[in-house]
Design a protein around this ligand. Structure first.
Ligand code: F6P
Length: 550
């Protein structure tokens, strides 16, 4: 279905049916839903690969789910999905295909963009990455002075940082522990400073990750890193070849920077930055965990791709998660979505999802450029449990906002945990299960009174409950499970964009700030007049210069 043939979302009969259903649902409590259906706890679940998804604590009934699926059919979510997998240019504002799924396609797959099969290229780059990773891991790749590389510093930002940085943390227990791997993204010099201050340049490899190779933060940091290296080595430009590699789509800019294109790992404009860490952008991760583990991760991605592509609507996990988000945004006025992993290794997981979700679906015009008058992407936030419990969970439990949340946990701790710490895992997971229980069922005033609480404190100690959550439980945190989780969220975001009729694959919203920063910089450094600078910004720039002693 063409975007232009679509009835506006909130004028579709399926939308009206959902609105009516929401009214009928009224204040129905999860306590009622569980009381009326003893099978709910096991019935409202899905298994996808290693992921067990429990959505029984969502504010939905069979009717809600069937109405939501009717909306998905009316908005042709699966039609757009097929167009994406086929390589159609569904990123219309940039006239690009959206083919991150090709990054994990098997060697013999055929996926064409402009008549060319892109799969052989994907595998050629993976093979080149594997050979390079093995050389670094084994010590065969040496630096300019002949010393073994022991430190990897990835310089990139946004999608060229968040993915590998997140995945490195997640899979830390699979990493070669004698390699130091760090990630630099911020143009604040403090970031690079802290990353390199204790490193020996002779043992350090910089991976410059930038799809465009024009991003100011990355090029500035890469230039400073090159200065640091050459000064430290007391060497000339010839040392760059052994200490710098590039991950990019832009060979011309890479070579302009002074990196030999033989040391460039390529990807393509049909890979969006925030969908790219399973491409060459994952090189730092591959060096850390090794090519075999990296490929296991790709297998995990592929498993969920195949599930999304083939599972019927009633059993399709990304479809379900996407629809739940649409439901809460539109009919409960939920503004945010919390992702709360109960694994320390997932400490950067939600930050990664922030870019994936918010850069994709933070849009307010539809694919035709008309303003939307329905909610689009939520604010995504969260940090690992149990820390959050002692910080902001209070607001989720007893505040005034509807905050749907995903809880992600694992039955087993990672293999190499110190034996003395293994027992702590059950305590971690006891908290995991306790929280979703408390959020769903709360504590009634009568239950509070029955505990002998004085009447004046009953309201304070009452938990209204009815806070919707999804529980995602896997046996253990493996590379494949990470791939499965990321693909699950990628496709969830896709589903929502399809329903909201927005282009989830462009990011024009980041452009204006970039242009203005370029214009303002000379005002800070030289006191130059910036044409069109507003009065507030002008005063702030003057204050900055005064405080900076200029
Ligand atoms: O923030 C905008 C953005 O274009 C992201 O989409 C992208 O991931 C990031 O900048 C980095 O871009 P590049 O990889 O081209 O340096």
């Amino acid at each position: 279905m063409n975007a232009s043939d679509r009835t506006r979302l909130n004028q579709m009969p399926e939308w009206a049916a959902l609105a009516k259903h929401r009214e009928q649902l009224g204040e129905t409590h999860l306590r009622d839903l569980f009381a009326s259906d003893p099978g709910r706890g096991t019935g409202y679940t899905l298994q996808v690969g290693d992921l067990h998804l429990d959505y029984s604590k969502q504010l939905v009934t069979d009717e809600t789910l069937s109405l939501l699926r009717e909306l998905a059919a009316a908005t042709d979510v699966f039609g757009l999905r097929d167009a994406m997998f086929r390589g159609d240019k569904i990123n219309t504002t940039e006239d690009r295909a959206v083919l991150h799924t090709a990054l994990r396609a098997p060697r013999d797959a055929v996926i064409e963009v402009d008549g060319e099969n892109v799969v052989p290229g994907v595998h050629a780059v993976l093979d080149k990455m594997s050979a390079f990773s093995e050389k670094v891991r084994s010590g065969e790749w040496t630096g300019h002075t002949g010393k073994r590389i022991r430190n990897i510093v990835n310089i990139g930002i946004g999608g060229s940082d968040l993915g590998p940085a997140m995945a490195y943390e997640v899979l830390r227990s699979y990493t070669q522990r004698d390699l130091t791997v760090r990630f630099v993204s911020n143009v604040d010099g403090a970031d690079l400073h802290e990353a390199v201050r204790d490193l020996d340049p002779a043992e350090t490899l910089f991976i410059i990750a930038s799809k465009t190779f024009t991003t100011i933060e990355t090029i500035t940091n890469a230039t400073s890193a090159r200065d640091w290296l050459l000064t430290g080595l007391r060497a000339g430009q010839e040392a760059v070849a052994k200490h710098f590699v590039a991950l990019s789509t832009n060979a011309e800019k890479v070579s302009e920077f002074g990196i030999d294109t033989a040391n460039m790992f390529e990807f393509w404009d049909w890979v969006g930055g925030r969908y790219s860490y399973d491409s060459a952008i994952g090189l730092s991760l591959m060096i850390a965990i090794g090519p075999d583990r990296f490929r296991e991760m790709l297998d995990g991605f592929r498993l969920v791709d195949e599930h999304f592509r083939t599972a019927p609507a009633e059993a399709n996990a990304p479809l379900l998660l996407g629809l739940l988000g649409v439901w809460y945004g539109a009919f409960f006025d939920a503004q945010s979505h919390a992702v709360l992993p109960y694994s320390h290794y997932l400490s950067k997981f939600t930050a990664y999802l922030q870019q994936l979700d918010m850069e994709s679906n933070g849009k307010s015009v539809d694919r035709e450029g008309n303003p939307v008058d329905w909610q689009t992407g939520p604010v995504v936030w969260g940090t690992p449990g149990t820390n959050g419990q002692h910080a902001y969970y209070q607001l989720i439990h007893q505040g005034t906002k509807v905050i749907p949340a995903d809880f992600i946990g694992f039955a087993k701790p990672v293999d190499d945990l110190l034996p003395g710490l293994v027992a702590q895992h059950d305590l971690l997971m006891a908290n995991f299960f306790a929280q979703t229980q408390a959020l769903a069922f709360g504590k009634t005033p009568d239950e509070v009174r029955a505990e002998g609480v004085p009447e004046e404190l009953v309201a304070h100690k009452t938990f209204q409950g009815n806070h919707p959550t999804t529980t995602i439980l896997a046996s253990e945190l493996t590379p494949s499970v990470l791939g499965q989780l990321i693909a699950l969220y990628e496709h969830k975001v896709f589903v929502q964009g399809a329903i909201w009729n927005i282009d989830s694959f462009d990011q024009w919203g980041v452009e204006l700030g970039k242009v203005l920063a370029k214009r303002v910089e000379p005002a800070l450094t030289e006191g130059a007049e910036v044409p069109g600078l507003d009065a507030s910004s002008k005063a702030l720039v003057a204050k900055y210069r005064e405080l900076r002693g200029r």
